[in-house]
Design a protein around this ligand. Structure first.
Ligand code: PLP
Length: 393
C-alpha cells in the first residue's frame, strides 16, 4: 500500500513547539523571573453564565426519556440555524436558515471543504496566513499561489489580475495580522472571483471583534452570493475553543461546474460528519439570544481593551502595526530591523514577554511579530510597561 504522498510535501511547522522550547529553557535558567505570555491564540475568560445554563439544560434533557435526542441533523437543529440567521439580520445580512450548517468549529470546515473541489484547482492564500488553509490543500495535492500582505497594502493583500485562481481563502479580520478588509477591498475580491469563476472561502472567525464599519460578512458585498462560502465560529466570539461550535454559510444559488455547492457539501457532511451534540447546540443558540449577546460582549470588551492597551503603547513608541482595532491580534514591525526570531529572543531575555514570530505564518511575516489580547488584564498592563521601558528611545 501507499500513503498519501502529498504529506511528504508538508513543510514541518515547529512554530509553537519552538516557542515553547525557547520559553521553557529561559524559565529553567531564570526561575526568579516572571515570564508573561502574549503569544497565545486561545481565549482565557470562562463561558458566559447563560451559555453554561443552556449546556446543563441540554444535558438534563438527554437524561429524560421524553426529551432524549439521538443523532442530530447533519446541518444542525433548526432552532440554532434560525438563531444564526437572526444574528446575520442584526447586521443587515439576509441568510436563510437553510443556507446555514452548524459544525464543530471553523478549522474543520475551512480544511474539509476541499473534499468537494477537484485536486487540479489552484488555491490562492494571502501571506502571512492561518496555516490550516495551506496544509489542508497541500494534503489534497493542490497548487497554491500567494497574494502578499505587506506594509505597502496595510496587510490587506489584493488580487493580481494576471494570477489565475479557482479557490481563494480570505480571512478578515485576519489571523495573524489583525487587518480587516473594507467593503471596497472585498468588492474587488468578489469581482475577481466572479471573473475567474472562482469561489472565495471567507473565514469570518473574528467578525465579532469589528468595531468600525468594516464588513462583518462577505455577504455584505454585492455579488458574493454568487461566489462565496463563509465560515464562522463561536470560539473567539463566545469562548467556545473547548466547547466546539461554528457555522458555515453556503448560498443556495451558488453553482460551479454544473453542481450546486450546498448540495455537494451536504452530501459530504452526510457521509463524514454526524453533527454537533445537542447540549453544545443549545449553548450556541443561547449565545445568539439578546441576553447571550449582552453577556459575550462583556468578554469581548475585556479583550478589546487589552488590545487597545497594547496598540496605544506601540503608538507611543512609534512602531508600525496592524490590528489592535477590529481584532484581538496586534501585528507589529520588529524594531531596529530585527528579524522575527531575533526580536522574540530579545523580548524574552530583556522584558520576559513572549509573543509569536511573524515568519511562522509565511515569508511575508519575516520581520514582524504577533501579540494577542487574550491574556489577563494585569499581565497585559505589566507586559506593555516592560516593552515600553525596553523600546523607548
Ligand atoms: N480560523 C481562524 C482564522 C483562526 O484563527 C482559528 C483559530 O485560531 C480558526 C479558524 C479555528 O476556529 P475553531 O476553533 O472554530 O475551529
Amino acid at each position: 500500500m501507499k500513503i498519501n504522498g502529498n504529506f511528504d510535501n508538508l513543510v514541518p511547522n515547529y512554530l509553537f513547539a519552538d516557542i515553547a522550547k525557547r520559553t521553557n529553557a529561559y524559565i529553567a535558567a531564570n526561575p526568579d523571573k516572571k515570564v508573561i505570555k502574549l503569544g497565545i491564540g486561545d481565549v482565557t475568560l470562562p463561558l458566559a453564565p447563560i451559555v453554561v445554563d443552556a449546556l446543563k439544560k441540554g444535558a438534563d434533557e438527554l437524561g429524560v426519556k421524553e426529551t432524549f435526542k439521538g443523532y442530530p441533523d447533519y446541518e444542525g437543529y433548526a432552532f440554532v440555524r434560525e438563531a444564526v440567521s437572526s444574528y446575520y439580520a442584526s447586521f443587515g445580512v439576509t441568510v436563510d436558515r437553510d443556507e446555514i450548517l452548524i459544525n464543530d468549529g471553523a478549522k474543520s470546515d475551512t480544511a474539509n471543504i476541499g473534499d468537494i473541489f477537484g485536486a487540479d484547482n489552484t488555491v490562492l492564500v494571502t501571506d502571512p496566513v492561518y496555516p490550516v488553509y495551506v496544509d489542508s490543500n497541500i494534503m489534497a495535492g493542490r497548487k497554491i499561489v500567494i497574494a502578499p500582505s505587506t506594509e505597502e497594502n496595510g496587510f490587506c493583500a489584493m488580487p493580481d489580475d494576471s494570477v489565475k485562481a479557482d479557490i481563494i481563502y480570505l480571512c478578515s479580520p485576519n489571523n495573524p495580522t489583525g487587518a480587516a478588509y473594507s467593503a471596497d477591498q472585498l468588492k474587488t475580491w468578489v469581482d475577481y472571483a466572479l471573473k475567474n469563476d472562482a469561489i472565495i472561502l471567507y473565514d469570518a472567525a473574528y467578525e465579532a471583534f469589528i468595531t468600525d464599519d468594516s464588513p462583518r460578512s462577505i455577504f455584505c458585498i454585492e455579488g458574493a452570493r454568487q461566489c462565496a462560502i463563509e465560515f464562522c465560529s463561536l470560539s473567539k466570539t463566545a469562548g467556545f475553543t473547548g466547547t466546539r461550535c461554528g457555522y458555515t454559510v453556503i448560498p443556495k444559488e451558488l453553482q460551479r461546474d454544473g453542481h450546486n455547492i450546498y448540495q455537494l457539501w451536504y452530501r459530504r457532511e452526510a457521509t463524514k460528519f454526524n453533527g454537533v451534540s445537542y447540549p453544545v447546540q443549545c449553548a450556541a443558540a443561547a449565545v445568539f439570544s439578546d441576553e447571550g449577546q449582552r453577556q459575550i460582549k462583556e468578554n469581548l470588551s475585556y479583550y478589546q481593551e487589552n488590545a487597545r492597551i497594547i496598540a496605544s503603547a506601540l503608538d507611543e513608541l512609534g512602531i508600525y502595526y496592524t490590528g489592535g482595532k477590529n481584532s484581538p491580534y496586534i501585528w507589529l514591525k520588529c524594531p531596529n530591523g530585527m528579524g522575527s526570531w531575533e526580536f522574540f529572543d530579545y523580548l524574552l531575555e530583556n522584558a520576559q514577554v513572549v509573543g509569536t514570530p511573524g515568519e511562522g505564518f509565511g515569508d511575508c511575516g519575516k520581520g514582524y511579530f504577533r501579540l494577542t489580547s487574550f491574556g489577563d488584564r494585569d499581565n497585559t498592563i505589566e507586559a506593555v510597561a516592560r516593552i515600553k521601558k525596553l523600546l523607548a528611545r
